[in-house]
Design a protein around this ligand. Structure first.
Ligand code: ZN
Length: 133
């Protein structure tokens, strides 16, 4: 059963608010991480470079997460949030509860993981789901 427009609006506003709040937290985390790139906590320079490499990995991960959140907000604005980018079928609420930025349904996400694994063994990377299926 389709929910009324008002209920739908409330639900999407809430999701957008959660995403916006999470972006703020991720940006704050990124700021701390970035500041850590300037400090040298160890005497040993190789220990410092390991520390900095970890911070760079963290920064990349945070940037990726922020990007995923922004894309989810774009999908809300385009009325495509909650629908699979690959097969257009609705993404289950349970999946969205676990991963609010999910852009693929469980089945397509599984296929993508499988083709990535297959592609990794060939040293290639698929751009689209099903490319290596
Ligand atoms: Zn799908």
């Amino acid at each position: 059963m389709r929910k009324s427009f008002d209920e739908e609006t409330v639900r999407e506003t809430t999701v957008k608010e959660i995403l916006t709040k999470e972006i703020e937290e991720l940006v704050a985390e990124r700021k701390i991480c970035f500041a850590n790139l300037r400090v040298k906590p160890y005497e040993d320079s190789s220990a410092n470079s390991i520390f900095h490499q970890r911070k760079i990995n963290e920064l990349n991960k945070l940037n990726r997460k922020i990007e995923e959140h922004q894309q989810a907000i774009n999908r809300i604005d385009n009325n495509t949030y909650g629908f699979c980018e690959n097969c257009d079928r609705p993404i289950s609420l349970k999946r969205l509860e676990v991963q609010i930025t999910a852009s693929l349904c469980a089945s397509c996400a599984r296929d993508l993981t499988k083709s990535r694994e297959k592609a990794a063994s060939w040293g290639k990377f698929p751009q689209r789901v099903g490319q290596f299926a």
